[in-house]
Design a binder for this molecule. Structure first.
Ligand SMILES: Nc1nc2c(ncn2[C@@H]2O[C@H](COP(=O)(O)OP(=O)(O)OP(=O)(O)O)[C@@H](O)[C@H]2O)c(=O)[nH]1
Length: 602
């Protein structure tokens, strides 16, 4: 039964909404693996947020049994890949567990940015790619045009593409036959030393960590002592099995097979995606290629609105972290917001999802500060330091050079909007890479862009400039030297960290002006004139004044109504408690919140 020739390991890759989940459902239905509705409820989109946003982040691999036209029984393992660029490393590990991929393309939309990115990842992994043109039932379907794009834009042979309507169940048997015929069976040696690739790990409250693995060589079975080659830890296997799609224990997993391993692993940091499991007593010489320790690239501060919620917030983040080894956090204090955490994420979507889960699943009201990136700063003495927030920046006189993370951004859009999109990229200090016409109406535009410029509101701006017709994808391309400055905001001569920011030198004046104008509205008048200044180092680049109050509160209380006077004083005292003293200036907590949140929405 476990003859490797009868196994096919494949995944489905697609641009968002091109029909990946629908096609997966149909394959499961056709192979009688499970009732698709039940499947969806049980496994797909387990989190509300995923469902609402219509994106799939994680799914279990499923094992299907299929009797092909040649009369033989096959085991088809469908391995899910996360659908978003933030998780591209995880995508690449899922692909590494397969020999083939169905590349789903919407017949009406054609090739989009993530179609291309995913196709390239699959090509890099040496997978057999089967193009699937989906939604051929749509009135706007243009399968011939899509076939041409497959050849010319992606560079794949389109003659073997399969025409499908996942919605109406058309082309499903053809897709299954193509998997059997065209995806090569796994290669590997059952008798060799164990090498199993972890392509996902989840934390289960009852069973601890469950690792999803593809056994490449050797066998793994209950009772075996195993060794995780990246984390260098040893465990004993408690259970191995397959997903049918429910977890069903098996005797062993052999070379070529996909399944799960439970081995009393307590945290998912010990069973990292991309790590190789081997036999502790007879270890493989080398781990499987491609292990990467993923580092967060986008950071923000999370603070509970109610300060008493701090311990709850910590607990909640720790809980999320159990299932999210990419989520990083460390305690942080802000003079304005009190105690909170600086959290690191793989990207904006990862950040949004985490914040929403904290709010919804854990019911914590929190403030998230505007996202930032990590900068690399070369000091004059040759040392290189990392700065994740403005206050990490050293005195400008000590700085030799500042480097920031760049992304290579691929945009697919109608040619009418090219001018606008290019202007947006230029305004955001993008470096032009290339422009290609895919059809006379559709263009592929590539820019290298500072990540910091991208995370502010780039995607939203692009969407509105192109009326939603642009699709994007990006990859990180490392750090580059940039002309950046730290702008300090001083209130009555006192620098206030919460308001300071890093930006491109050319934008400093404009951004500074925006910030101090906003602060002028938020800071209440005091008994004296308050100066709000923006400075770079010791040089003031912009200034606004908050005029002094003309009267004090008691002036209203003519005569001798003592109780009224006292009430007023008490009220004022209450108000003061929610005030923050910056030097001599009182700033209400509200002002900080309004400022930080407004920034977030910008
Ligand atoms: N008309 C038509 N609609 C389809 C077909 N296949 C999928 N759809 C619809 O397209 C939309 C997106 O389908 P999904 O299967 O959720 O897409 P997906 O690629 O899994 O999306 P992500 O999970 O975001 O990656 C849904 O509204 C489907 O009902 C098809 O063959 N024909």
């Amino acid at each position: 039964m476990t003859n490797m020739n009868n196994i096919r390991n494949f995944c489905i890759i697609a641009h968002v909404d091109h029909g990946k989940s629908t096609l997966a459902d149909r394959l499961l239905e056709y192979t009688n693996t499970i009732d698709s509705r039940k499947m969806r409820q049980q496994f797909l989109d387990t989190m509300d947020i995923e469902r609402e946003r219509g994106i799939t982040i994680k799914l279990v691999p499923v094992r299907m049994q299929y009797r092909a036209n040649d009369g033989k029984e096959y085991i088809l393992n469908l391995i899910d890949t996360p659908g978003h660029v933030d998780f591209s490393y995880e995508v690449s590990r899922s692909l590494a567990a397969c020999e083939g991929a169905l590349l789903v393309i919407d017949a009406a939309q054609g090739v989009e940015a993530q179609t291309l990115a995913n196709a390239y990842l699959a090509v890099d992994q040496g997978l057999e790619i089967i193009p699937v043109i989906n939604k051929i039932d749509l009135p706007g379907a243009r399968p011939d045009e899509v076939l041409r794009q497959i050849e010319e834009v992606i560079g794949l042979d389109s003659s073997q593409a399969i025409l499908v309507s996942a919605k109406e169940g058309i082309g499903i048997p053809e897709a299954l036959e193509a998997i059997v015929k065209r995806v090569p069976p796994p290669t590997g040696n059952e008798d060799a030393k164990l090498q199993a690739l972890i392509f996902d790990s989840i934390y289960d409250n009852y069973r601890g960590v469950i690792s999803y693995v593809r056994v490449v060589n050797g066998c793994i079975k209950k009772g075996q002592s195993i060794f995780f080659m990246a984390t260098r830890k040893e465990y004993e296997v408690e259970e191995v099995g397959f997903f049918t799609p429910f977890m069903s224990p098996a005797e062993e997993l052999k070379a070529g097979e996909v399944g799960y391993v439970i081995a009393n692993v307590k945290t998912i940091w010990e069973a990292r995606v991309g790590d190789t499991i081997t036999d502790a007593n007879s270890p493989a010489d080398k781990p499987l290629p491609g292990y990467k320790h993923i580092k967060p690239v986008v950071f923000c501060g999370l603070y509970p609105l109610d300060r008493d919620d701090f311990p709850r917030l910590r607990e909640a983040i720790e809980k999320l972290q159990l299932n999210d080894s990419a989520l990083a956090f460390e305690p942080e204090t802000s003079e304005a917001l009190g105690f909170g955490f600086r959290c690191g994420f793989l990207g904006l979507l990862h950040m949004d999802i985490t914040i929403e889960r904290l709010k919804r699943e854990f019911e914590i009201d929190l403030v998230a500060t505007a996202p930032t990136v990590a900068y690399e700063i070369l000091l004059k003495d040759g040392e290189v330091i990392e700065a994740r927030k403005p206050s990490d920046f050293p005195d400008p006189v000590k700085i030799e050079e500042i480097r920031e993370p760049f992304i290579r951004l691929t945009i697919f859009l109608p040619s009418d909007y090219v001018g606008k999109a290019m202007k947006l990229c230029q305004d955001r200090h993008g470096e032009f890479v290339s422009l290609d016409y895919i059809t006379p109406e559709r263009v592929k535009l590539i820019y290298d862009l500072p990540l910091a410029e991208f995370i502010v509101d780039f995607h939203d701006r692009l969407k509105s400039l192109t009326r939603g017709y642009a699709s994007i994808d990006y990859e990180q391309v490392g750090y580059r030297k940039s002309d950046l400055v730290k702008v300090d905001i001083l209130i009555h001569g006192e620098p206030v960290d919460a308001f300071s920011f890093i930006c491109h030198k050319d934008d400093a004046y404009k951004r500074a002006l925006g910030v101090i104008k906003k602060l002028k509205e938020l800071i209440p008048r005091q008994l004296f004139e308050v100066a709000i200044q923006a400075s770079i180092g010791s040089r003031v680049i912009a200034r606004e004044n908050v005029k002094p109050l003309r009267k004090n509160v008691l002036a209203k209380c003519y005569g001798g109504d003592v109780t009224r006077k006292r009430k007023l004083l008490e009220k004022q005292k209450e108000g003061k408690e929610k005030m923050k003293m910056i030097g001599r200036v009182q700033i209400p907590q509200e002002a900080f919140l309004a400022f930080l949140q407004a920034n977030e929405e910008e």
